[in-house]
Design a protein around this ligand. Structure first.
Ligand SMILES: [Zn+2]
Length: 473
């Protein structure tokens, strides 16, 4: 008899154990420790109640937030922008600032229409007072050109042309790069691994900018044209990190940047910044169509809704099909109950639980069934089903291949491979819980690290839901 012990924060009406009788007559007993009440279970399981709340932390005072937005709107109107009659800046309980629909908004209505002259494109930066930085014999990414420009304009304070836009930007971000050094050491491995790649990218970009500023000294350009402070001092790594993530978290995609040959561009990510646009928060089910500026016929960056938005509800756009991991790594927030989330396991962890014959192992590796094995809130992902089936079935290779490629895995097969599924799920869950305990034990957590903890809790809850899906299906 196989036994698994699982602690859950959910209720199950059948009591503390689940017994599964398998096809070969063996019995799997699952012990469940139950902690909470039915309403929480319903809330977690109900698709209808899917919680679309964004999990981040407010960074500014709401009243101040609305004031700077009013000032932004007045400034934009003074340079030819027409505000939408449908949207009103509002402070929402969870997302903080956002835009509310004043009336019902019908499909194919333009939500925002930003004139090209209000966009901060790389060309704006390359024609600015600090363009000498980019005239050195180096190649620059569009991301770093925009970040350098934003940093400098922020330094200009009230004298910046873009002051009203810059005032609406957060003072800090919550992507993992802003975690304290000690927090970075105890983050889950996948976050650390990705963070190391992202950090290297920003450091490389920053070093090129710094080198260019140092080289400007020989041309007599190393001081700020407006306050004569040393540019090296103004372009500190901390300041650059802020401006880099300003671009990272709110840049829009805009094609067709034609660069002058004087500037060498290493990576043209087709990015630009659009004032007012970051008032619109992300939701994974918002349906919108984006019409970027195309220089030929369209001088506006526009976003259209494809569905009806009801009066007094918050208006969302969709940044793309991003899972929790991507949202946290790139934007510093996540949305609970994201249907795109999968908790992956290493195929090597299966080896620790089960002896795999060389024949089976080769079959799995040859067909790449060992890749992307994962758990979702509604059960195993397809690859996990196939891999666990291969590892559990007594069928010969020809028969199992037929079953896999005819997509005819059935309930009996599931009963058989779910012994392994639940063991692996339990192992993964314990691993996450152990990491979570260490993370929670830190004192004086940064906001970014608090979100990392919430992400980890979200992952544990996905595994809990996966567990229920497996034993109830
Ligand atoms: Zn200055």
């Amino acid at each position: 008899m196989n036994e698994i012990f699982v602690c859950l924060d959910l209720i199950d009406s059948t009591g503390g154990t689940q017994s599964l009788v398998l096809r070969d007559g063996t019995e799997l007993v699952v012990y469940i420790r139950i902690n909470t009440n039915k309403s929480k279970y319903k809330q977690m399981m109900g698709r209808a109640n899917r919680n679309r709340r964004r999990k981040n932390l407010p960074t500014k005072q709401p009243i101040q937030d609305l004031l700077v937005i009013e000032q932004l709107e007045s400034w934009m109107e003074s340079v030819g922008w027409t505000s939408s009659c449908y949207l009103k800046p509002t402070i929402f309980p969870v997302t903080q600032r956002g835009l509310k629909a004043v009336n019902n908004i019908m499909p194919n209505t333009s939500l925002v229409k930003i004139p090209k002259k209000l966009l901060i494109t790389p060309l704006v930066a390359l024609n600015s007072k600090i363009n000498f930085i980019f005239l050195k014999n180096h190649s620059y990414t569009v991301h770093s050109i925009l970040a350098t420009f934003i940093l400098y304009e922020k330094h200009l304070g009230n004298t910046s042309t873009w002051k009203n836009y810059l005032d609406t930007l957060p003072n800090s971000y919550t992507t993992p790069i802003f975690c304290a050094k000690i927090e970075k050491k105890i983050m889950p491995f996948i976050v650390r691994q990705k963070l190391s790649i992202l950090s290297q990218k920003i450091i490389t970009d920053y070093e090129i900018i710094l080198k260019s500023i140092r080289e400007s000294k020989t041309d007599g350009y190393d001081l700020c044209p407006h306050c004569k402070l040393s540019l090296i001092e103004i372009f500190s790594f901390e300041a650059y990190k802020w401006s880099y993530y300003t671009v990272n978290t709110r840049a829009i995609y805009m094609k067709n940047n034609n660069f002058n040959d004087d500037f060498k561009i290493s990576v043209n990510e087709n990015l630009a910044l659009a004032p007012f646009l970051d008032m619109l928060n992300h939701s994974f089910d918002a349906l919108v169509e984006i019409k970027p500026v195309d220089d030929i016929s369209n001088e506006f960056y526009q976003i259209f809704t494809l569905t009806t938005i009801h009066e007094n509800s918050q208006v969302f756009i969709n940044y793309g099909s991003h899972c929790t991991f991507k949202l946290y790594m790139e934007y510093g927030f996540f949305i609970p109950n994201n249907p795109l989330d999968e908790i992956f396991i290493n195929y090597s962890s299966v080896n620790n639980l089960k002896n795999i014959s060389p024949l089976t192992n080769n079959y799995i590796l040859w067909n790449k069934f060992h890749e992307s094995i994962g758990f979702t809130s509604s059960g195993l992902n397809y690859r996990a089903k196939v891999a666990f089936f291969i590892l559990s079935t007594p069928l010969r290779i020809i028969q199992m291949t037929k079953k896999i490629y005819c997509n005819s895995l059935n309930r009996l097969d599931a009963l058989s491979y779910n012994v392994l599924s639940l063991k692996l799920l339990n192992t993964k869950r314990l691993e996450l819980i152990n990491e979570l305990k260490i993370m929670k034990s830190r004192t004086n957590k940064t906001n970014s690290f608090k979100i990392n903890i919430n992400v980890q809790q979200e992952y544990v809850s996905i595994l809990d839901k996966c567990f229920y899906s497996i034993i109830h299906n």
